[in-house]
Design a protein around this ligand. Structure first.
Ligand SMILES: Nc1ncnc2c1ncn2[C@@H]1O[C@H](COP(=O)(O)OP(=O)(O)OP(=O)(O)O)[C@@H](O)[C@H]1O
Ligand SMILES: [Mg+2]
Length: 469
């Protein structure tokens, strides 16, 4: 982070200092919420958690070398006391941004594809200068400021992922690190239960273009009418991307190769160049175009963008993560999360990848869909049947409407199974899979279906992820 003294952090956050012996002591980072990540010069942020209260780890953090603790009460060592620790974290991040005049902030939002696009964008612009980007999906009121606090005096670009579970969330994240470039990917049904309607989702995502300055750039998806309409709500110059012939940055001659990876010609106003993505599924064309538009606006030539996209890998796990097993079975671990849009995209990728074998879909609940949940799960069952999967394994009671959904395709002759949990799904697959088969595993994060994919690939279950939203 850009070093600040304890006194400067106190000023930035409005904190009262307690047990501080040296006001000039420097906080050099990392700023952490997990005491196990503390190092010399750290600021430990004591957040009240759902399971444990960070304040209980304050002493351990100080013993491990933290310069101070940001807390809501004295902790028996150097502390900066504020009434609302999370709000203070945001203020601190803003104070650091204000000390980085040469930094360009990019924001990426949308109902699906934020992390993928963030990872693609970071891999492109890292070649232009030192870049900081979030770990995984650090995209909310905690993960976003923690990411901001990773910048140093050398950092030239900050790629941020901005999420919303309600109105005002993205505006608040933009307040912490005001973006000059902002991309909106799509308006979809993820978290629809909390928003109520797609128009509300659009209103929330529209807070990013609305926050951009007049000398900024709003990168908007021409293929999503709710996103395209955000052009009216920004002071920034608008650059569009998409499959539409009208888009400023577009893809032509899109096809999927035999491995299910998109191949296309990237077309921009300054030229065109061929791209072959290393990611799977046609939906990633759209994510790649958004990354291309952002990088292009930062001055990257189209050839370099195309080469960078063709070299970029998935940095965040369990998103269309494809593993070829020695026994000839292909596993698609897309168990990081699920929404109606990403289910549709994944089923279509599954179908394209199983051209020479059989497709199996192991699908669980899509959480947070509100009143339309049953109907949306039925639609997924219908999509799997329409994709002519050899087997649909529905996991858990919450996903049961998928079973009925398959009836919408009376000609479908695949096998339909309902199993209670991940273990049962693994067992069912074990008897069925053979060489050439492709298995998609997908559900909301809370279902924990990655266990199925990891059992198939023989990996240990990885640790839990950090803050996200
Ligand atoms: N453009 C897209 N359209 C539909 N589905 C997509 C798109 N991009 C990614 N996905 C799928 O959505 C899921 C989540 O992808 P990703 O993690 O990139 O999105 P996110 O917006 O960061 O999600 P979160 O809200 O959990 O942070 C994955 O299953 C991915 O394959
Ligand atoms: Mg994400």
């Amino acid at each position: 982070m850009i070093p600040l003294s304890v006194a400067q952090v106190a000023e930035a956050t409005g904190a009262v200092q307690a047990d501080v012996a040296d006001r000039a002591a420097l906080i050099t980072g990392p700023v952490v919420i997990d005491s196990r990540e503390v190092g010399p010069g750290s600021l430990f942020v004591a957040l009240p958690g759902s399971r444990t209260d960070g304040h209980e780890f304050a002493r351990a953090a100080l013993a491990a070398g933290a310069t101070a603790v940001l807390a809501n009460r004295p902790v028996g060592g150097p502390a900066l006391i504020v009434p609302d620790v999370q709000a203070a974290l945001g203020k601190l991040a803003r104070a650091v941004i204000d000390r980085a005049p040469g930094l360009t902030v990019l924001g990426i939002t949308g109902s699906a594809g934020k992390t993928t696009t963030k990872d693609l964008t970071a891999q492109l612009i890292e070649t232009l200068g030192p870049t900081v980007a979030p770990h995984e999906s650090f995209n909310n009121e905690i993960g976003h400021p923690l990411t901001v606090l990773k910048i140093t005096e050398q950092t030239r670009y900050l790629v941020s992922e901005l999420s919303a579970r309600g109105l005002g969330h993205i505006a608040a994240l933009c307040e912490i690190a005001p973006p000059r470039l902002g991309a909106v990917l799509c308006v979809g049904l993820a978290h629809a239960g909390e928003f109520g309607s797609l128009d509300r989702v659009a209103e929330a995502k529209g807070e990013l273009p609305a926050a951009l300055p007049a000398d900024g750039v709003a990168v908007l998806n021409a293929d999503d009418h709710r996103v395209a309409a955000m052009a009216a709500g920004t002071a920034a110059r608008v650059v569009t991307f998409g499959r539409s012939g009208q888009a400023d940055v577009r893809a032509q001659r899109v096809r999927l190769n035999d491995a299910g990876k998109p191949v296309f010609i990237l077309v921009t106003s300054s030229g065109s160049a061929p791209v072959q993505l290393r990611l799977h599924g046609e939906h990633n064309v759209s994510n790649a175009l958004a990354a291309a538009a952002l990088a292009g606006e930062l001055g990257m030539p189209v050839d370099a963008v195309a080469a960078g996209l063709s070299a970029a890998v998935a940095r965040s796990r369990w998103r269309m993560e494809v593993t070829q097993l020695p026994d000839g079975v292909t596993v698609i671990n897309d168990a990081y999360n699920a929404s109606p849009d990403s289910m549709k995209a994944a089923i279509s990728a599954l179908a394209s990848m199983a051209r020479s074998g059989r497709a199996y879909a192991v699908l669980g609940q899509m959480a947070e869909l509100g009143a339309k949940a049953d109907q949306l799960h039925e639609a997924v069952g219908a999509q799997a049947a329409a994709a002519d999967v050899a087997g649909l394994i529905v996991v858990g009671g919450n996903a049961a409407p998928m079973l009925a959904g398959t009836k919408a395709v009376p000609s479908w002759q695949g096998e339909l199974l309902h199993v209670p949990d991940a273990d049962a799904a693994v067992q069912a697959l074990g008897d069925r899979l053979r060489r050439g088969d492709v298995v998609l595993v997908k559900a909301s994060h809370s279902v924990g279906l990655e266990a199925v994919a990891l059992a198939l690939t023989g990996e240990e279950r990885a640790g839990e992820e950090g803050p996200r939203g």
